[in-house]
Design a binder for this molecule. Structure first.
Ligand code: PGA
Ligand code: ZN
Length: 418
């Protein structure tokens, strides 16, 4: 009953309509499946995403060869292995691949199998998935970081900053946190309509109006927060993902306007907007290789969460370097940046040990899979970033958290935030 009998992979599609891998792991007649997500503004140190570059039928984006690798090689290798021994299965997958960035099989193949195995183990034990990670009791629910205006690589409106998010800091429960976001989003929609701009949404479900100045987006959000009856910086905070990798040229950054500016000037302007808009969290303020700029920013500001995404790529070695360099005080966690569940848990454990916040994250190309909702609760991560309250692949994660909240009942406490 505890042994893997076979693995069946297939090509399915993600929320951007691109091919991706679903793996289904079987223990005789019982199975569990998982779908790998895919990013658009990826860090160069991420684990490798394997696609059939030469297959013109799918514009080089199909994953059919990778699917075959799972069905023919990985399935055989994992046959009869104990499904509950996640670490062993993950290390078998890592060794079978044998490369640093998982280029042989692709992290997309490896992760789909790793997550499906984890789900099957929980299913066979008849325990909810969230109870099978790092914490076993006193589960805490994460605060949502809702991306309500999309820019950068996730929209085509010319906004420099990729994600404008809200975090309902004063919410006492997860359902209350969703209600607060719902109210702000509805007010924001009305404000955008009033300005005769489009209320269509970007890849992560946030609005993508044709505005191209950061401050225009920030002003709209402050107004929406006020109109919803909340106070910016108290009840609800604004959080940003700059995704600065995309905004760097010759050592200069074009974060605050189209003009490329020095690191010192960029920091000065960060400080200005943090103050003016009471911003509580900034992700990837500088590029993945600019270690000194990160620590300079950390020294210049207080009480702001600085989050490493492309900087760390959920990689333990890079996180250790960032810790020693005082680069940030938080890390974004994306399973497919590293490629296995076990390696992801190791990074989260280390991050907590050094006092970093962990923010579990979706990818801009995502699916109906809600694995990350359970992961956030099961690791007591203080925040989750999974888009807006729009597009089913985003809302699916929030709905799963509402189910977990209901199941925990009176014990469903919110986590603490920085
Ligand atoms: P990605 O963006 O999934 O397109 O990489 C998300 C992020 O940068 O946080
Ligand atoms: Zn990011």
């Amino acid at each position: 009953m505890n042994k893997i009998s076979k693995i069946k992979a297939r090509q399915v599609f993600d929320s951007r309509g691109n091919p991706t891998i679903e793996a289904e792991v079987y223990a005789n007649l019982i199975s569990a499946k998982s779908i790998c997500p895919s990013g658009a503004s990826t860090g160069s140190y991420e684990a490798y995403e394997k696609r059939d570059k030469g297959n013109k039928k799918y514009l080089g984006k199909s994953v059919l060869k990778t699917v075959e690798l799972i069905n023919k090689i990985i399935s055989k290798k994992l046959k009869n292995k104990n499904v509950h021994n996640q670490e062993k299965i993950d290390s078998l997958l890592i060794n079978l691949d044998g490369t640093k960035q998982k280029t042989k099989f692709g992290a997309n193949a490896i992760l789909a199998v790793s997550m499906a195995t984890k789900k099957l183990s929980a299913k066979l034990k008849k325990v909810p998935l969230y109870k099978t990670f790092l914490v076993r009791k006193n589960f805490k629910l994460p605060y949502p970081l809702m991306n309500i205006i999309n820019g950068g690589a996730h929209a085509n409106n010319g906004l420099r900053i990729q994600e404008f998010m809200i975090r309902p800091d004063k919410a006492k429960s997860f359902s209350e946190s969703i209600r607060i976001c719902f109210l702000v989003i509805n007010n924001l929609r009305n404000l955008i309509k009033k300005r005769k701009l489009s209320t269509s949404v970007g890849d992560e479900g946030g609005f993508a109006p044709m505005i191209n100045k950061n401050e225009e987006a920030l002003n709209l959000i402050v107004q929406a927060i006020n109109r919803a009856g909340f106070q910016n910086g108290k009840d609800v905070s604004i959080c940003l993902d700059v995704a600065a990798n995309e905004l760097l040229k010759n050592g200069l950054y074009s974060v605050h306007s189209k003009k490329f500016e020095s690191i010192d000037e960029t920091i000065k302007r960060y400080i200005k907007i943090i103050k003016k808009y009471k911003i509580k969290s900034i992700e990837d303020p500088f590029s993945e290789n600019d270690w000194s700029a990160w620590s300079k920013l950390m020294k210049s500001i207080k009480k702001t969460q600085i989050v490493g995404d492309d900087l760390y790529v959920t990689n333990l070695e890079r996180l250790k370097k960032g810790f020693l360099n005082c680069s940030s005080n938080a890390i974004l966690i994306k399973l497919n940046q590293i490629g296995t569940v076990s390696e992801t848990l190791e990074v989260i454990k280390f991050a907590h040990a050094i006092g970093f916040e962990t923010i579990i994250s979706h990818r801009s190309g995502d699916s109906e899979d809600t694995f990350i909702a359970d992961l956030a609760v099961g690791t007591n991560s203080s925040q989750i970033k999974t888009g807006s309250l729009a597009r089913s692949e985003r809302v699916a994660k929030y709905n799963q958290l509402l189910r977990i909240e209901e199941e925990l009942g009176k014990n469903a406490e919110m986590n603490k935030i920085y």
